[in-house]
Design a protein around this ligand. Structure first.
Ligand code: NAP
Length: 473
């Protein structure tokens, strides 16, 4: 398969003609090539986006919403094709790609179509005057996304950005180009004005950095690792570029002895290992009240051992391949570190087959302050720790640089509320995990990011509020 950039409605190679090889995670074999774009391709995309943006912003919001709905309809019709592309690129189970990634991408386009149709702004009356708020698009915006949820996260940014009247330049991870390429095809099929959606494939340090640095790109919505986010922020700050940063996590799952243990076990396994543990929201640290620690841990390890690792296209597969050989090495490096830090690793072997597969691992016996238990691993690895009190549970949960999410399992409503208030995170789930309402604020605190996306937060990010004060007397 050959990928192209999509600029001004045309599929084009990189200006330099250079390409990158794509490797399929489940086989370890090359299966596609994509443009290795540079600053010239980004410049081309900025010109196309700038030429299209003003006319697009002048279209009624209902028309922009209709375009989002038309994209959702096409995705819906081709859900199996998109799920196969996503599963091939990421190594994730096909059923997960269909039921989570592509279903959510469809929902994102439909949701923001509705959101912009029903959007409203404020008015503030004074004696003899009235203020009202206009919301204007920003112009050309850059969208930079990671490999773990490729279309899910790209559509989460594209839909509100275009619904608000911006033109976009998207750069997906070079590890997962396929669904972005296919989405560009859908933009063309549904008759989107050329230049509203532009796609530039390539490496982060080249195409990505060129997007961040371009003076005509006025806002960047970035999802990725914390170190990259810091680099993006450092480049954007001197030119006051609007920034949304959704970064890494080391999320705690807190299980109290009064929880419904069966539900908590299910929830903790799902939180730890969905998508091979390659979700920023994954609960990679399980904290368990000491009175149930031994029982819970034994049952948890049993359930994790029962997870079926295998061919992503098999409907029964629960854990697919990791994204790349390098990433699997990094993840397995943490297992070796855990042993040197005094931990016992349960699982974590490498199946005897091609591709970047790895069995899920549970690590016991570690201090909650060691590197394995505090650094983001972003793979199928969970550490499990006992605690004696709410105060200790909170100290462990909050004792990391990250602050993305947490899940709390308890039947005590007052405790659930106390924990929700005291946890230093952007999102808390009580007796559930990853239950998502697209209206709610999504984002992290501390080193997990800056800003919120979702619902009106996304509409506000992708626009500028302008106050108009009318004196009428
Ligand atoms: P990453 O290495 O930070 O890359 C993210 C994106 O940024 C990729 O498209 C990457 O391109 C690009 N990039 C790299 N260097 C850049 C630069 N100097 N300027 C502009 N763009 C640049 O992250 P990843 O490994 O793909 O994804 C995993 C991370 O994402 C984890 O830390 C995870 O927690 C985080 N994440 C956070 C959320 C959230 O909502 N908070 C959601 C999902 C994932 P290349 O791929 O070509 O390097």
């Amino acid at each position: 398969m050959e990928h192209f950039n999509h600029i001004g409605g045309m599929d084009v190679p990189a200006h330099s003609g250079a390409t990158l090889e794509h490797i399929r995670p489940s086989t370890g074999q090359p299966d596609a090539r994509l443009p290795r774009s540079d600053v010239r391709d980004v410049q081309h995309a900025v010109e196309a986006a700038s030429a299209a943006q003003r006319a697009w912003a002048d279209r009624p919001a209902t028309e922009r919403a209709d375009l989002c709905d038309a994209i959702a309809d096409q995705l819906d019709k081709r859900i199996d094709e998109f799920a196969a592309l996503e599963s091939n690129d990421t190594g994730k189970p096909l059923t997960l790609a269909r039921n989570m990634d592509i279903s959510r991408a469809i929902a994102n386009f439909r949701f923001f179509a509705g959101a912009v149709r029903h959007d409203e702004t404020g008015a503030h009356e004074m004696h003899g005057a009235i203020n009202f708020t206009l919301r204007r698009p920003i112009g050309v915006v850059g969208l930079i996304t990671p490999w773990n949820l490729p279309l899910y996260l790209l559509s989460w940014k594209v839909a509100p950005a275009i619904a608000m009247g911006n033109a976009v330049i998207a750069k997906p991870s070079e590890l997962t180009p396929a669904t972005a390429t296919a989405l560009a095809g859908i933009f063309r099929e549904v008759g989107a004005p050329p230049g509203v959606f532009n796609l530039v494939h390539g490496l982060g340090g080249e195409a990505g950095q060129a997007i961040v640095d371009h003076p005509q790109i006025k806002a960047i919505s970035f999802t990725g690792g914390t170190a990259t986010g810091a680099r993006v922020a450092a480049s954007a700050a001197p030119v006051f570029k609007k920034l949304s940063l959704e970064l890494g996590g080391k999320n705690a799952t807190l299980v109290f002895s009064d929880a419904d243990l069966d539900a908590a076990l299910d929830g903790a396994v799902r939180a730890g290992f969905t998508n091979q543990g390659e979700i920023c929201l994954c609960g990679s640290r399980v904290l368990v009240e000491r009175s149930i620690y031994e029982r819970f841990t034994a049952a948890f390890i049993d359930r994790v051992r029962a997870l079926r690792v295998g061919e992503p296209s098999e409907p029964s597969t629960q854990v697919g391949a990791l994204i790349s050989e390098g990433h699997r090495e990094k993840v397995r490096g943490f297992l070796a570190l855990a042993v040197s830090e005094g931990g016992t690793v349960h699982g974590g072997g490498v199946p005897n087959r091609p591709g970047w597969f790895m069995e899920p691992a549970v690590i016991t016996g570690l201090s909650p302050t060691c590197r394995t238990a505090t650094e983001e691993i972003f793979g199928p690895v969970v550490t499990i720790h006992p605690f004696d009190s709410e105060v200790e549970a909170l100290a462990i949960a909050n004792g990391v640089r990250y602050g993305l999410s947490a899940s709390v399992w308890t039947s005590d409503l007052s405790r659930a509320h106390r924990m929700s208030v005291a946890l230093e995170v952007g999102m808390v789930w009580v007796n559930t995990w990853l239950l998502r309402d697209l209206r709610v604020p999504f984002g992290g605190v501390k080193d997990s990011g800056v800003g919120r996306e979702g619902g009106r937060h996304s509409l506000e990010f992708f626009s500028e509020s302008r106050n108009v004060c009318f004196r009428w007397r």
